[in-house]
Design a protein around this ligand. Structure first.
Ligand SMILES: Cc1cc2nc3c(=O)[nH]c(=O)nc-3n(C[C@H](O)[C@H](O)[C@H](O)COP(=O)(O)OP(=O)(O)OC[C@H]3O[C@@H](n4cnc5c(N)ncnc54)[C@H](O)[C@@H]3O)c2cc1C
Length: 645
């Protein structure tokens, strides 16, 4: 069994990163110009990394699927970004942010990485303010903060409900400056379909031009994967339609281990599923839980009457409402972490108290509107309320919003060490694409923090440390056997899909896979369900390769082909998730195995047997991947049962 080496630096936790930076290898300016770095992705992680490498003076090749780096999925982020500035003076500190993140992740993340994340969180805010990101300010002119789940302090910086958009515009500004200078070359509408490994090192990628269909080779001395998360394996999720796990799966098949694939986040406040023709679930930001109260009827007959349209929820008396989060978790109330809030909603709906279709609960602003006035609520959340009204056709200022949990984020991802390097030398992963900082559950507003931390403040150091040994390598040629092999493999994959000429569309299979995943690898998992998923996914994959119909040709703009390629990867991703979920015989964070719960229905961890990162190695198509374990040690934190009561 390969021993995983986290390369965590020695020394006291609070000094590790400073010491690392003080002793890392550097590349001098004239050598930087001779070195190429590929960054795949232009979201907050990739965009920030590419801009930073460019500013350092490296030659950067930056890739994205969309027609502009600005359209990365990060643009959709709504609620905010965490940092330990402690502007409100309510007791926050780097240690507390670190502590909340480890606890929020149910003690399944690496201490040293999380501490570094908390440490650099404050630099992110300074950097973004300098870029002109219009964070919300309070009357005095200071940056304003609000609360997010899993914390008892207000540490979330925000720009209305458009924080991701404003942060991405900041990163895009920095990137554009480098594009203009010529240090970054932008490759829009190019999809990475394979990784090229030469003599054990990542040396390039194969892409498909999404307009012309041309297959192209690109080489570099190091490759950074910042391609976001794989939540769309469930078909319905809050992710952008183009979010996919393809680049991570290709890297996995080339030798990069996959960390904790089963750890995906289900967000408690999304607009519920309302039909078969939906392709997306819309998030209602967690920030709404600052002022919205979550409830269901206390009596089943009231829930039934509401579902039948015979009772208006506004007419239900206070004593007939069950504010179940406030009842069960008085210390954190509506701001418990996402996994806890999601499970509590499911529990109430499964018990027959759901509203709407039965799979929905209320998020009610009546009390806040009475307390603060409608204008204050409008100023804080106006765009979210408008979005809700447009989709549901109900005015949420007057009638409580209906929400239900939906797939939202992947804590799992490519396994990386302290340097964010995968098990393939020269291949790094940042942002949602890596597994690193959130353990089994991510706290709200921490993904933007991690993406920008990786991109602006970690990868520029650690990748340089690796590249210091590459200054004599010279340009990486693309007319070699490794590039031939990878390009041919991509072409074969494409031809295979186009030549099936069956009767079912890519979406047909994606929806079917999504059902298998949601039913068996979703919010509640059991041994039986996971075994069913492991039987059904290969059957569906076989059918996919026998009966798929992809219209069009390979040499043109062909969205059906794009989808088919991604869905083929989702089969592997889904299977990998099911293997991981089945082997982890405990409940932790977003991974809830129904067999392992406390009498009160809370997740029951097994620290003796499962306090490790599960890193899966690809062995071959259709073969069970091999499990490697990175033991987790907690030295600065006492491991306890999570308690939000
Ligand atoms: C609706 C919504 C709201 C959210 N709100 C918040 C919030 O308020 N706070 C918070 O902290 N987090 C939030 N999140 C989570 C957060 O937005 C994401 O985790 C984060 O933006 C991911 O950033 P990223 O840079 O890792 O990837 P992404 O932003 O997903 O970018 C991926 C990039 O990779 C490119 N790419 C992908 N595959 C390929 C390929 N094969 N070849 C070439 N390019 C490729 C894409 O084109 C894109 O440029 C939210 C998520 C959702 C869904």
């Amino acid at each position: 069994m390969t021993k995983l080496n986290s390369k965590t630096p020695h020394g006291p936790l609070a000094e590790k990163w400073t010491n690392y930076k003080a002793h890392q290898n550097l590349v001098n300016p004239s050598n930087k110009r001779k070195i190429d770095i590929i960054v795949v992705g232009t979201g907050l992680a990739g965009g920030a990394a590419a801009a930073s490498f460019g500013e350092l003076g490296f030659n950067v090749k930056n890739f994205c699927i969309q027609d502009s780096p600005r359209r990365a999925h990060s643009i959709a982020a709504q609620g905010g970004i965490n940092a330990a500035k402690n502007y409100p003076g309510d007791g926050d500190s780097v240690y507390r942010l670190f502590y909340d993140t480890i606890k929020g992740g149910d003690y399944r993340a690496r201490e040293a990485n999380v501490f570094r994340l908390a440490e650099v969180s404050n630099n992110i805010i300074d950097q973004c303010v300098a870029q002109g990101v219009p964070f919300a300010r309070e009357y005095s002119g200071y940056l304003d903060n609000r609360s997010f789940g899993g914390a008892q302090v207000s540490r979330t910086f925000y720009a209305r409900g458009q924080t991701g958009q404003q942060l991405l515009l900041g990163a895009y500004g920095a990137l554009s400056k480098e594009i203009n200078k010529g240090t970054v070359k932008m490759y829009n509408r190019k999809e990475m379909l394979d990784l090229v490994v030469v003599d054990g090192k990542a040396r390039g990628i194969i892409t498909r031009d999404l307009i012309s269909g041309k297959i192209e080779r690109h080489s570099a001395h190091a490759v950074v994967i910042a391609t976001g998360g794989y939540g769309n394996v469930f078909y319905l999720s809050t992710m952008a339609m183009s979010s996919n796990g393809g680049a991570a799966i290709s890297s996995w098949k080339r030798g990069a281990f996959f960390g904790n694939p089963a750890f995906v986040q289900i967000h408690p406040t999304c607009i519920p599923v309302h039909g078969d023709f939906q392709s997306k679930l819309t998030l209602m930001s967690e920030s709404l839980r600052n002022d919205g109260r979550i409830w269901v009827p206390r009596k089943k007959e009231d829930a039934e009457a509401i579902r039948a349209g015979k009772l208006n929820p506004n007419s239900l008396k206070e004593e007939d409402r069950d504010y179940y989060l406030e009842r069960r978790y008085p210390a954190f109330g509506n701001l418990v972490p996402r996994d806890v809030a999601s499970r509590a909603a499911k529990e109430r709906c499964d018990a027959g108290f759901g509203v709407g279709t039965g799979l929905a609960v209320y998020l009610d602003f009546a009390a806040s509107i009475k307390r603060l006035g409608v204008e204050v609520i409008k100023a804080r959340y106006g765009n979210l309320f408008q979005m809700y009204e447009k989709i549901v056709d109900t005015n949420p200022y007057e009638t409580p919003m209906m929400i239900y949990p939906a797939i939202h984020y992947a804590m799992g991802g490519l396994w990386v060490d302290y340097e964010l390097q995968t098990t393939i030398p020269g291949l790094f992963a940042g942002g949602e694409a890596n597994f690193s900082d959130h353990g089994a559950n991510r706290l709200g507003a921490s993904a933007l923090m991690q993406g920008l931390s990786d991109g602006y403040f970690v990868l520029p150091y650690t990748v340089q440390n690796y590249l210091a040994a590459e200054i004599g390598t010279g340009p990486i040629p693309i007319n070699t056997a490794a590039f031939d092999e990878a390009e041919n493999k991509v072409k074969e994959r494409i031809n295979r899909l186009l030549n099936i000429k069956g009767t079912k569309s890519p979406d047909y299979f994606h929806k079917k896979l999504g059902h298998v995943m949601w039913d068996n690898v979703g919010m509640g998992r059991t041994k039986e369900g996971l075994e069913i998923a492991l039987k059904e996914i290969p059957v569906l994959r076989d059918e996919f390769f026998k009966n798929l119909r992809v219209t069009g040709t390979p040499d043109e703009f062909n969205p059906e082909l794009e989808k088919a390629l991604r869905i083929a990867d989702f089969f592997d991703m889904g299977e990998l998730m099911a293997y991981d979920a089945l082997h982890r015989k405990e409940s932790c964070g977003g991974h809830f195995r129904e067999e392992y719960q406390t009498p009160e229905g809370e997740a029951l961890r097994d620290d003796d047997d499962f306090m490790y990162v599960a890193a899966w190695e690809f062995i071959g198509d259709g073969v069970k991947p091999e499990l490697h374990k990175e033991e987790l040690k907690y030295e600065a934190i006492e491991v306890k049962a999570r308690n939000y009561k």
